[in-house]
Design a binder for this molecule. Structure first.
Ligand SMILES: [Zn+2]
Length: 531
């Protein structure tokens, strides 16, 4: 007798092995065994005839650190079969904090209007706030380097002094002992961009001693893509820990041949030195970003009142016009404002989905005035105005996805179809990256087998994020399980309508409890992963 049996399904176990018809026996939140047509009885049986049964998807690149506090059922994640979120990516996140007014703007998917008051200062206190009173999903948190640096040095654009580095090491050590799975960095953003390799290697060493990983949004994916990858590899080599290279597609303007050279360098480090290096992407040629990323960092650093004053200053406006005229900015270099789209603005919902070229014309403002208006209108939430930009060419995206060490993630923020998060969208992958990957790359294009696609969303990200007890359907693993219908699976989001739950996800289980079955069940079995 066991708690639950999922009967008659086609088991895709997450390892990449061929699918087999098996029953999955679950007891006490763990998988007990997988057997053909078992005679064992169960308190509850779930019939998965004609459906795929696989491990819960592990979103290796999530920015849901704050949104989970505003919607504990993590609806947009569980509805697409995601059972574990790796959070704290790109050096961004809400803890540890010494000055909340600065930290909140280093938190992707933060909003003043979600009625969540920070009760924490340390990383451990944040995790306590996150897990009481419970979550539907598991979380494997990374401690964000940008947030750590901000707590010690604010936005100071200089190398760390010895005592500052010691303070940062203490914050990373505290986070690791509280349950962080590693350190993340975001080196195209302030304040991460002010750090050097020595600082990052020293902090990664602290994470390494606690068995952590280093995940990096590297410094450059354009002209200096190779240098930026080398820096990440050096950090892993010096600190002695596995690395995860986040959303690794080259910018479309990267020099020809650069991507292959970068992939070769990663392979060499892996083969010759035995370094463990993974990479990831979302399955979309469009990427998300904050609108402020179009501006010089000096414009949006500091307290909200200081930023607002700058956005109203005519000298800052002229400075930005010059900055726009000779674009060195990584987003401005992608092309004109007709290839950048507004993806979130609370103040201007009617402009969401339009290109910035259309928006400026509609507003009868020049680009600098238009951007400043969008930011000023958002009040204290100005950091939360989001855009959509060309992330990769289709062929580079395919090339990245086809790497055997490339995991899938959302680069998103969990949202919901009702409540305070219902008007928020980071990107359409927040709602449907798993379904889109299965529909587009398995069913329609046949680029991957279902077994390989599932591996890239389960065991591969689990190993890359040091999540040991999840990612495969095997005895003694946690019972995070998804049942889906491959014939009807579909991401129902479009760029124009980026908020819709996918179809084809029949049932989702976290630690042996059903969290989604036609809708969220409101169960809260999620755990801090690794504890
Ligand atoms: Zn990033």
């Amino acid at each position: 007798m066991v708690d639950t049996i999922i009967r008659n399904g086609t088991v895709v176990d997450g390892t990449g092995a061929p699918a087999v018809a098996l029953d999955v026996l679950i007891e006490g939140g763990n998988i007990v065994s997988l057997e053909p047509s078992t005679a064992v009885a169960a308190d509850r049986a779930w019939d998965a005839q004609g459906k795929v049964v696989c491990p819960g998807f592990i979103d290796i690149h999530s920015h849901s650190d704050f949104s989970l506090l505003a919607n504990r059922s993590a609806e947009s994640a569980i509805a697409q079969g995601v059972t574990t979120l790796v959070t704290g990516n790109c050096g961004h996140g809400p803890a540890p904090t010494k000055r909340w007014d600065l930290t909140k703007r280093n938190t992707i998917g933060f909003s003043e209007t979600w009625n969540v008051e920070p009760s924490w200062s340390s990383f451990g206190e944040y995790l306590e706030a996150l897990f009481s009173p419970g979550l539907s999903v598991n979380v494997a948190p990374l401690v964000p380097h940008g947030t750590v640096r901000l707590a010690v040095m604010g936005h100071d654009a200089r190398p760390a002094e010895t005592d500052e580095l010691e303070q940062m090491k203490d914050l990373v050590a505290e986070a690791m002992s509280a349950g962080a799975r590693g350190l993340s960095s975001g080196l195209e953003y302030s304040p991460g961009c002010y750090s050097d390799e020595d600082e990052l290697a020293a902090l990664a060493s602290v994470a390494a001693r606690a068995g952590g990983v280093y995940a990096s949004h590297i410094r450059n994916r354009g002209d200096d893509f190779d240098k930026a990858v080398n820096e990440a590899i050096n950090i892993c080599r010096r600190a002695g820990l596995p690395g995860q290279l986040s959303h690794l597609a080259p910018r479309p303007y990267a020099p020809k041949g650069m991507f292959d050279r970068v992939l070769e360098a990663i392979d060499r480090a892996r083969e010759r030195e035995g370094l463990r290096l993974g990479m990831d992407t979302f399955p979309d040629a469009w990427g998300p970003g904050p609108l402020v990323s179009l501006l010089p960092t000096s414009v949006y650093e500091g307290e909200a009142s200081e930023v607002r004053a700058r956005l109203q200053s005519s000298s800052v406006r002229s400075e930005c016009r010059e900055y726009f005229d000779e674009p060195t900015n990584y987003l401005l270099r992608l092309g004109g404002f007709d290839s950048l789209y507004l993806s979130y603005s609370k103040a201007y919902p009617e402009l969401v989905g339009k290109s910035f070229a259309e928006i400026f014309e509609h507003m009868k403002l020049d680009p600098v005035e238009g951007i400043f208006e969008l930011l000023l209108a958002e009040g204290a939430d100005f950091y939360n105005v989001l855009l959509r930009h060309i992330y990769a060419t289709e062929s580079d995206l395919d090339h990245l996805l086809s790497q055997s060490t490339c995991s899938l993630g959302s680069d998103g923020v969990t949202a919901a179809t009702s409540g305070p998060l219902s008007s928020f969208t980071m990107n359409r992958s927040s709602y449907g990256y798993t379904a889109r990957f299965l529909r587009e790359y398995v069913v329609e294009r046949g680029m991957f087998s279902v077994e390989e696609a599932v591996r890239k969303m389960t065991s591969l990200p689990a190993r890359s994020a040091a999540v040991e007890e999840r990612g495969t359907l095997e005895p003694n693993m946690a019972a995070d399980v998804v049942v889906f219908d491959l014939s009807s699976i579909n991401d129902e989001c479009t760029d124009a309508k980026p908020r819709a739950l996918p179809s084809g996800i029949e049932m989702v289980m976290v630690n042996g409890e059903i969290v989604f079955e036609g809708g969220p069940t409101q169960n809260r079995p999620g755990r801090l992963v690794g504890r």
